[in-house]
Design a protein around this ligand. Structure first.
Ligand SMILES: C[S@@+](CC[C@H](N)C(=O)[O-])C[C@H]1O[C@@H](n2cnc3c(N)ncnc32)[C@H](O)[C@@H]1O
Length: 372
């Protein structure tokens, strides 16, 4: 409780609660795994149920109340009305920025699920090797393994030998709908620490080439460590600041712009962000997303694909950016995609993966094909 209170007391827009939590855990060498788990449970509960808490109460009472609400919601979700949930679980400005569906709120008030991505064809074998796992009965998601156990996965032989990545199921869906083929040339323009580069590489069976760029060099350093562990060799990394000067003149079979965004789709996993993101972030990030797409688009070969993804559900960042891109770039036509979580729905060039449908974060994906 003391550690949780300390983190909550220090967290703000600049210092995110989950970063502080990680830093404290690293620094506190004597912290038992049980204490670490209970501190993180308390911090996340606090922000998930923040709208219900009375700020005039002492911090310890607020944390206790948040933990009680967590338990009540897990045991008796229907004692919470839709109206109560949609008005208290997220800030008021959310309404109007996106659709605040009761089903979405019910999904993000629960504990997030832990998703692993196995290498192609290895989902079942990984699930059996690790134990305490679950795989959906859906051939499109055969490599998405939910981990239900309590082991430290980073210490497992399977992780250390690169047999899986920890990757949210909605992020996995981005690689799946991008569907790169072995031997193709792709550009992962906002590669960060490489979550999607690794997936593209696996889907390409390590054949062909991926240019992985990001403006943050420190993220690309992490990408190099991860690619080495995963034995992913068909990539090269380069710093790109997102501007008009591109890192290469190569024309690509596919370009993925996994753009920086407000992260509203991650509000289950990262509830502190509900109370630090402001509407202006959404507006500013939408402009950046449009610029990134506009700069990257000319690198797509005629007949090639452009995929735009963002882990947000705000209209201004998703649908509006896709619409303004389409108005400006008439040589790109919408490319219908299957939604792996709702395989019976009609393919659409714009997909919103909602937490209540996918069991992971919220994610938007749009796809175009450049005219031949
Ligand atoms: C959503 S994250 C990428 C996550 C990554 N694709 C993955 O799957 O792990 C967005 C990335 O865009 C990068 N970024 C932010 N602004 C940028 C810009 N103007 N130009 C290029 N990259 C940018 C950030 O450094 C961040 O790594």
């Amino acid at each position: 409780m003391t550690l949780a209170a300390e983190i909550i007391g220090a967290a703000n827009r600049e210092f995110a609660a989950d970063d502080l939590l990680r830093a404290k855990m690293k620094a506190a060498k004597k912290l038992s795994p049980e204490d670490a788990r209970s501190a993180s449970r308390a911090v996340f509960a606090y922000y998930r149920w923040h709208g219900w808490l009375k700020m005039q109460q002492p911090m310890s009472d607020r944390i206790t109340h948040a933990l009680e609400l967590t338990e009540n919601f897990a045991k008796r979700p229907l004692t919470f009305s839709n109206e109560e949930l949609t008005t208290l679980a997220v800030p008021a400005w959310t309404n109007g920025t996106m659709e605040v569906l009761p089903a979405w709120i019910r999904a993000i008030q629960g504990e997030p699920r832990l998703w692993l991505r196995a290498k192609q064809g290895q989902g079942m074998a990984l699930a059996e090797a690790l134990g305490d796992t679950w795989i959906a009965d859906n051939p499109l998601l055969a490599e998405a393994v939910e981990y239900l156990g309590a082991e430290d996965l980073f210490r497992t032989r399977e992780f250390q030998s690169g047999q899986f990545e920890i990757q949210d199921v909605a992020s996995q869906a981005v690689g799946l709908v991008a569907a790169p083929k072995p031997g193709e040339t792709w550009w992962d323009a906002c590669a960060g620490s490489g979550g999607k580069t690794l997936h593209l590489s696996d889907l390409m069976q390590n054949k062909g080439l991926i240019w992985a760029s990001d403006r943050a060099e420190w993220r690309l350093k992490k990408l190099k460590l991860r690619t080495a562990r995963a034995k992913c060799f068909n990539y090269r990394s380069v710093v790109w600041d997102g501007g008009a000067k591109l890192p290469t003149r190569t024309k690509f079979d596919g370009v993925l712009v996994d753009a920086p965004c407000s992260g509203m789709g991650t509000w289950q996993r990262n509830p502190h962000a509900r109370w630090t993101v402001v509407p202006n972030d959404v507006r500013e990030l939408a402009v950046i997303q449009h610029q990134l797409l506009a700069h990257a688009a000319p690198s797509v070969k005629p007949g090639g694909k452009l995929i735009y993804s963002a882990c947000t559900l705000a209209h201004a960042e998703t649908m509006d950016v896709a619409a303004s891109f389409e108005q400006q770039f008439l040589d790109f036509t919408p490319l219908p995609l299957d939604n792996p979580f709702l395989p019976d729905t009609k393919p659409s060039a714009r997909q919103m993966f909602w937490p209540q449908d996918c069991g992971g974060s919220g994610m938007f994906v749009a796809a175009w094909q450049r005219k031949a």
